[in-house]
Design a protein around this ligand. Sequence first.
Ligand code: M6R
Length: 607
Amino acid sequence: MCGIIGFTGNLEAKKVLLGGLQALEYRGYDSAGIAYVDKFGIQTVKTTGKVSNLLEKVEQSNGLDSNCGIGHTRWATHGGVSDTNSHPHSCGNVTIIHNGIIENYHELETELAATGRHPISQTDTEIAAMLFDSLYQGDAVDTIKKAVTKLEGAYAFCILFSDQPGVIYCIRNGSPLVATHATDGSFIASDMVALIDYSKEYFVVPEKHIVTMTADEIVVTTLTGEVIAPKMLYVNWDMTAAKKGGYPHFMLKEIFEQPDSLRNTIMPRIKKGHLPDFSTDNIPDSLYDGINRIIITACGTAMHAGLVGRVLLEKLVRIPVTVEIASEFRYGDPVLDSSTLVITLSQSGETADTLAAIRLAKEKNAKTLSIVNVKGSSIARESDYVLYTHAGPEIAVASTKAYTAQLSCLYLLSFHYALVKGMITEEECANYIGHLQAVIPAIEKTLTLDKTIDEICQSLAKTEDLFFIGRGLDYALSCEGSIKLKEISYIHSEAYAAGELKHGTLSLVTEGIPVISLATQSNVYSKMISNIREVRARGAMVILITNGHLDVEETIYDHHIALTELDDLFAPFTAAIVLQLIAYYTSVHRGLNVDQPRNLAKSVTVE
Ligand code: M6R
């Protein structure tokens, strides 16, 4: 939620800030703004809409001769989408940008009214600017220290003081910030995608530490004034990974990147003659000792990956697994103790509810393992153990390559766990690993179906309601197919366990309604076929997706997509690709903004 960038150094601030905001736009795209320091003081340009609108406005404003500034792209929380509510916000000496939510902004507003300060926007951020200004008596660090004792909630701030040109102060609590000092100056942002043009080396700003940025250096201090040397990290991808690379949308590029992202995630963890090995992840076999229950918790697509993981872990390790939506889990008073392993999944590693779930699990002595894409993210840092997905930066709001990379980690984990617990032999394990490797060429082949899927989606794009049905693993996949389609095509859809349809929902199946029917699992194939007949008898338009080796009668479908043949347990990988392409092309045919769907943002750092 919200993208932040700050720069001070010897480059043109406009170029750094606007370029950074374009890279960060996936985090929020309601409005955008910059503040920069020039010989007249702090100037602000902001507007509703996309960064391109801001670009136009900046071009119209003369000047912008500056080497220091801050920029923001907004996902509205407090206050509607308007120029006034856009960031930066100023009060007196202070101009700030903010990512997060100040929970006690109302009380602060009442307190600050007594000092004669009144907001002109409806945002919590402006109240924070008023607070900083009310505390400022020339010492920025002291002001921030005092403000932090009063602010409740999540935040990442970049702050300019009008009497300190060339200096940017920053602090964060919960919301992400990464920073780097390079030859051209000092940079800070919500995400490395905004900084990769300038450096591959960076550090994650430690929570509640004050960052003072000048052209020459970045100083990080604790709230008690101790200077610390933050741990440096390196990104292992380059700028091409964060650009569209000839594809019309990031989502399509990311769909097509899946053979690579899976190779990168799976291959380094296969050693000792085709056995899974987590030694370079520092995950000891003793992690599984004394565990008698697993809870997988996450949000959205990551939670759907967990639904597939449950099937795998229960089948291979024979241990009870439940999958919980993180926002429910964190307030649900779950039964947890040291014999519970809590597995969280997150692409961004910053999802507020998932992070809170880990904190709760640790409070109750459960062991925690996270499967995360972003290195050094909050979820990665706070979990006992981390398995990184090496999917590279995922820019489209709709998660694709992160999902299949999460699946691959869950498969590896299930094989490893089952082997360590003696539930499978080394030979069986190596056999599973062979099937997992076979997924990569199968996905390459599945991607060649994109034109066929594009054609099918021309008619899907005209519908307003549809269903996804499946059983077992296919039901887990249906949930994922449905969210993907909803979020980018705005078509209402429901995922149903095929056997459950006749307990209520079948009444919604009428003439012509599309039913995307997943039938990749041999053990329930005949049951699925019966369910498909039931919807067809009510006039449904059936799009059937089957595993390559299954026999299909022509009378039961309108469109048939046969996946490259894989062992049933591994069909979720190829099925996921088809569902992603269905969502993508349907959105394209509806003429929508595929990468930045309405009301959504990539990284959900608020509750
Ligand atoms: O960054 P995370 O994986 O924790 O994000 C979780 C969800 O917000 C995310 O998967 C969301 O559902 C996607 N936009 C779906 O495509």
